[in-house]
Design a protein around this ligand. Structure first.
Ligand SMILES: NC(=O)c1ccc[n+]([C@@H]2O[C@H](COP(=O)([O-])OP(=O)(O)OC[C@H]3O[C@@H](n4cnc5c(N)ncnc54)[C@H](O)[C@@H]3O)[C@@H](O)[C@H]2O)c1
Length: 257
């Protein structure tokens, strides 16, 4: 039985991804800082023989080391790591505190660095595996309010390439998925009505993505179907990264300026 380790798996895109791997017959280790929510989500999944709860902060090296040891003890192997845990702080550069900057960097960028170090030797023991890092369209194109978040995700996109190059010799492929907006708790916290309207104006598919649409791309990159794909960032974003100006005019729906 193949084994996946998914961070930030108690809700949102991470939980949908855990459910997808489970539906494909994998075992899943779910790590999340929200211990009670994680326990509730795993109880709702109700597959105790194929799930492992790993409560803790992904930016804490001791937590990450203990998580890898728990996966080894319980399943004896690791085939996929999905670095999905992330935090978003939106604010202008001049109002972003050093504390906010540091927290976003340590969760979104240091976390995947640590889990990659912990996961790669375990994956290599059974011939290799795949890592999927969850970045963001905010790491592909700069925007207002995202100095810490966008910069952390751009850093994660580069970490993806570093890991892909170095881990290839261990049989490990490393790719990233850059989601467009998805209506999760995170988006509800930081997407104001204006931001939501801006997104629609910039997205050819003219809608938010669904958690399961992200899970689909993540699972594909982790699976043998993507066996020759490594070092890539796949935007799953309704066309956001492809588009420039002009969509509202094309649609005949210019917003009042
Ligand atoms: N929702 C969007 O619009 C969107 C867009 C682009 C990228 N993303 C990225 O997708 C990923 C998932 O986002 P989501 O929308 O499902 O968010 P979410 O807030 O619903 O879920 C994130 C999960 O990560 C957990 N988490 C946060 N900090 C953690 C830490 N230090 N250690 C362990 N777990 C931690 C949270 O408890 C939560 O369960 C994130 O990396 C996010 O940046 C989301």
């Amino acid at each position: 039985m193949k084994v996946a380790w998914i961070t930030g798996a108690a809700r949102g895109i991470g939980l949908a991804t855990a459910q997808r791997f489970l539906a494909e017959g994998w075992a899943v280790a779910l790590l999340d800082i929200e211990e009670a929510l994680l326990a509730r989500s795993i109880a709702a999944i109700d597959l105790p023989e194929r799930t492992l709860a790993l409560p803790g902060d992904v930016s804490d090296p001791a937590v990450v080391e203990a998580a890898a040891a728990a996966i080894r003890a319980r399943f004896g192997r690791l085939d996929a790591l999905v670095n999905n845990a992330g935090v978003a702080v939106f604010g202008p550069i001049l109002q972003t505190t050093l504390e906010q900057w540091r927290r976003v960097m340590e969760v979104n960028l240091t976390g995947p660095f640590l889990t990659g170090q912990a996961a790669a030797p375990l994956m290599a023991e059974s011939g290799g595996g795949a890592i999927v890092n969850i970045t963001s369209i905010s790491g592909l194109r700069a925007s207002t309010l995202r100095v810490a978040y966008g910069t952390s995700k751009a850093g994660l996109a580069h970490l993806t390439k570093q890991q892909a190059v170095e881990f290839a010799s261990l049989g490990i492929r490393v790719n990233a998925v850059a989601p467009g907006p998805v209506d999760t708790a995170m988006a509800q916290a930081v997407h104001t009505p204006d931001i939501r309207a801006d997104y629609h104006d910039a997205m050819p598919l003219n809608r938010y993505g669904l958690e399961r649409e992200l899970a689909s791309a993540i699972f594909w990159l982790a699976s043998a179907e993507a066996s020759y794909v490594t070092g890539q960032v796949l935007a799953v974003d309704g066309g956001f990264d492809a588009a420039g100006i002009g969509l509202p005019t094309l649609r005949g729906q210019r917003r009042n300026l």
